[in-house]
Design a protein around this ligand. Sequence first.
Ligand SMILES: Cc1cc2nc3c(=O)[nH]c(=O)nc-3n(C[C@H](O)[C@H](O)[C@H](O)COP(=O)(O)OP(=O)(O)OC[C@H]3O[C@@H](n4cnc5c(N)ncnc54)[C@H](O)[C@@H]3O)c2cc1C
Length: 383
Amino acid sequence: MIDKKAKQDCSGCSACASVCPKNCIEMRADEQGFRYPHVNYEECVHCGLCDQVCEKAAKGVVSETIPKGYGACANDQKLRFGSSSGGIFTLLAEKVLEENGIVVGAAFSDDFRSVRHVVVDSPNGLAALRGSKYLQSNIGDSFKKVKEYLQNGRNVLFSGTPCQVAGLKAYLKKDYENLLCVDIVCHGVPSAGVWAKYCNEIENGLGGKIDKVNFRHKKFGWADYAVSVSLKGGKDLFLFKNEDPYIRLFLNDYSLRPSCYHCNHKGINRKSDITLADFWDVKKLLPEVSDGKGTSLLLVHSEKGLRYVKAISELVNIKEVDTIQAVNHNLSTIQSARRPSEADSFWKDFESLTIDNLAQKYVPISTRKRIKLMIKKTLFLVF
Ligand SMILES: Cc1cc2nc3c(=O)[nH]c(=O)nc-3n(C[C@H](O)[C@H](O)[C@H](O)COP(=O)(O)OP(=O)(O)OC[C@H]3O[C@@H](n4cnc5c(N)ncnc54)[C@H](O)[C@@H]3O)c2cc1C
């Protein structure tokens, strides 16, 4: 049964819970903060749909086709500043909304402790989806909602990690012409439990409730991004990616979901129509669209995807790029993160150590840098 599978094989995509005709599968967080299916066997009728959808969702794409690659950034500089790379997601989403469609993507919960997939039906709502949130998003009932909208003839843009797109496609069972799927190149998803613990520590340390989080603040540039956490009452925590303990643990692969260490959805071919990524080596490969403010790499997998890219072409600076070259400079597209040899020890320490102490133990920074950081934190570093 679905809940007896090995943890490292479950991406948490939630297709099983969505497909269950008796609604008897609940996605429940384990002690590390990752959600897995739990079956209520009193209600279960052993129909096997959960196992079937799981098998389908877990399959990667095998194809010889090379998707078209582009480097692109939005002409709208404000939009670009508020997006993780080039702001392409928002432009695609706006196009779908213009067609009276709806957009489904990842947004923070009100207390910022978690991220879940929500439905947006107006341009104002897109701000909540904009920007990468570095923790696994909860699908909830969004697959069911997507199906309803599709069956009612509305255009739908679904965005998420490759495993979430695979989960949705398996759940839907058939292709819909009115569905546009946009996935991201995903390093791996960190635990929502680790993030929630960090939020508690920030609130207790600084005194106040979190009001806003930006994992990819570009104040000092796109490549040297910072995490900014604003608290009600005006206090701000602003730490560069190599300073912030949560991001250090994420980027060094400690806090990732077990299945991310052997992701089935790596590769240049995807189940989505368009894949979005940070085009990190754009300066070398496509200087025409590089200015240090963020450029997206687009991999376009379908005619539909190509139509939408063309539809936004007047709103972007876009240039075609050799896909293989671009991907070779963005290895997260094709390779899973490697599980650190000390990962077991990290999780043993997770309950007892603070996030700061965990980062200092497993991804240490120099004493000089640490003293600088402590001063920064003591001054609350209001920017
Ligand atoms: C967990 C995670 C890991 C990533 N790892 C890499 C990487 O290793 N290399 C790389 O090149 N790019 C990575 N990205 C993608 C990259 O950061 C940008 O999201 C992408 O370039 C699109 O940027 P944008 O400016 O077009 O749009 P943005 O507005 O920045 O993108 C927002 C989109 O991302 C989706 N999204 C945000 N957070 C989540 C989440 N937690 N789960 C599912 N969907 C989410 C939103 O629904 C929306 O569709 C990652 C993103 C996430 C969320």
